[in-house]
Structures are given as C-alpha cells and as structure tokens.
Write a protein that binds this ligand. Structure first.
Ligand SMILES: CC(C)(COP(=O)(O)OP(=O)(O)OC[C@H]1O[C@@H](n2cnc3c(N)ncnc32)[C@H](O)[C@@H]1OP(=O)(O)O)[C@@H](O)C(=O)NCCC(=O)NCCS
Length: 180
C-alpha cells in the first residue's frame, strides 16, 4: 500500500488525534498522551498519516548517534570504519532514532510500515538539514522480522535475549556507497 492516499501531518500542539489502535498499549498511549509533550520539550517529532476518521499510522524521530562504546566490542565498528574511510577517525557517527512506529490494525501487513520506512530513509538523505548516516531503532521482539525484511541489522549480540533489540540501517546503502 502506498502513502499517497493519506493526509501527511507533522504533529503540532493544537492537533486533534483521531482514533488509533495498533494492538500495543504503550504505542496507543504514546500518540494520545506523550507525543505532544515530546514535541513541546523538543525530545521527538511525530508525523502522522491520516484518513478522514483515523490515524492510519505514525512515526516519531529524534537525533541519535552510534557510539564506539555501544558497538566497539564487536566487529560492527570495524565495518563502519571500512565503509567511512577518513584519516581522522570518529568516536561516534550521526544517526536518527526511530523512536516509535505504529500502523493502525486494519492497515497492518499491507506493506504500509515498509512504505513508511522507505519514506524515512529518503527523508534523512535528501531533505535533512544535518549529517545523518544511520537510522537506529530499539525494536520490539515481535517486530524484529519486520525490520530485518527492511534491511536493518543488529547492532550487538548482547541484547539477543532482551524484550527489545538495537538495530541500525546504513543510509549509505541506498546511495550505493557500501563496500562491505
Ligand atoms: C510492526 C509494524 C509497524 C509493521 O507494519 P506493517 O505495515 O504491518 O508491516 P509490512 O506490511 O510493511 O511488513 C513488511 C514485511 O514484514 C513482515 N512483518 C510485519 N510485521 C511482522 C511481525 N510482527 N512479525 C513477523 N513479520 C512481520 C510482513 O509479513 C511483511 O513480510 P513480506 O514482505 O514477506 O510480505 C506494525 O505491524 C505495527 O504497528 N505493529 C504494532 C506496533 C509495533 O510493534 N511497532 C514496532 C515498534 S518497534
């Protein structure tokens, strides 16, 4: 399903939130209760796709970075450095965190979530005001397969038994810049 049939809105303080249920209580509560506070506090910006009656899907994003301390013990850091060859080595790389992503139940499993990830990938390459190399997400265990299918990789094996797992997507893969 493509996104063009829906109204796209950046959450604003006055925005009324239409009905939404993705099957997850925390995410349902986030869009009604927390998203406005995060916006006011400059902690995250939320974007919605709507039709006349419902929020069809939403995502919220905030700045992030991948730190050597997060991944230095495994070979991800070496992989990143091989793909970003600079004389001066960075101690961290800029990223955007996908803080929340949820699709209203009647619209799930119709590739809407995938279309939103595709949109975000382009959004942070073409129209971004600052450098941003990676998308990161702290993915629910139930949605790991969804992110894997969309090209996300695991940042570490340390969280493999946790309820959520840190994953990343290298935006350079869309620009054909990856060597490995
Ligand atoms: C997870 C979520 C965002 C995925 O959106 P979606 O529009 O339903 O997903 P898509 O239709 O784009 O799925 C793409 C692929 O991932 C698979 N997939 C999606 N959700 C899955 C799940 N929970 N478990 C296993 N596979 C899943 C789909 O079957 C599809 O596979 P295919 O390409 O082989 O057909 C949505 O189901 C949702 O909002 N779930 C509840 C909230 C949630 O878990 N959010 C994620 C927080 S990290």
């Amino acid at each position: 399903m493509d996104l063009s049939g829906f109204t796209y809105v950046r959450l604003s303080p006055e925005k009324e939130i239409l009905s939404f249920d993705c099957g997850d209580t925390d995410l349902n509560e986030f869009i009604v209760v927390d998203a406005q506070n995060y916006l006011q506090e400059l902690l995250a910006v939320t974007y919605l796709f709507e039709n006349d009656n419902d929020v069809v899907a939403f995502f919220s994003v905030l700045n992030d970075k991948i730190l050597y301390e997060q991944v230095g013990r495994n070979n991800l850091w070496n992989k990143i450095r091989k793909n970003i060859p600079h004389k001066k080595h960075f101690k961290s790389y800029p990223a955007v965190k996908l803080g929340r992503l949820a699709v209203n139940k009647p619209y799930q499993k119709q590739h809407l979530g995938t279309s939103i990830l595709d949109y975000i990938k382009v959004f942070f390459i073409d129209r971004n005001k600052t450098g941003c190399r990676f998308i990161t997400v702290d993915a629910y265990r139930e949605s790991l397969a969804f992110y894997e299918k969309n090209g996300f990789k695991y940042m570490t094996e340390d969280d493999k038994n946790s309820d959520t797992r840190l994953m990343y997507y290298d935006l350079a893969s869309l620009k054909g810049l990856l060597k490995i």
